[in-house]
Write a new protein. Sequence first.
Length: 237
Amino acid sequence: MMIVILLVIGVIFSTTASFVFGVPWLMPILGTAVPYPIFLLQIRRQQYRSAFWWMLLWGVLQSIAVIVATAIAPETAAKVILRGQSYTTEMFHWIRTGEGMEGSLNLFLPNHLLHYGIFCILCVATISSVALIFGTWMLNYMNFYVAELVKVSAKPWLAAILGWYPWSLLRIIGFIATGVALAALGLNLLNRIRGEVSKSPFPKTYMLIGIGFVIADIVVKAILAPIWQKLLLSALS
């Protein structure tokens, strides 16, 4: 229960501070600073399941905080959430026309693979610390879009339900599981560099879960995106 309280307070504080200071890159860094000590402690203790579930809870709390903050102060949010406006513009164009990266496998697949590749490299190289900043940045601009979608929709209740795409949820789970596995790998490599004998086994189960969910994200997006676009259009208009 104490960890839950710390996460809730930390998310509220980091989001508020980011909006007050108004420094765009500060937001993903402050956001990452909230769960990372807990995450790293669990990885060091080889408590990979706890690390996974705490990060998943943080992702939910972070999303709620950013959506609420964007709804309250949209102009400030547009300034401090990197890529928030441009991503929202892309999504609205796709919803209204069906054109764009979101609905085309040929366009979104290279981008997805690039993001996942960068994330994996950062996980190993920085024991997931910088990878989490990268992930928080993406999470923030997606939540900015959800808040803006709900605000301008003719059916805000429907927009709230549809705003977070099912494939995006799969991607988040995949990234978190991957982050757990590769943070453990990065920690093992660091121990070897220091000349220490590492006793922690590589949690390949979480790596497989991560890859599985990232693949599921791609498949589900390719199938559901055209359907989702029409549903979102009905909510928007």
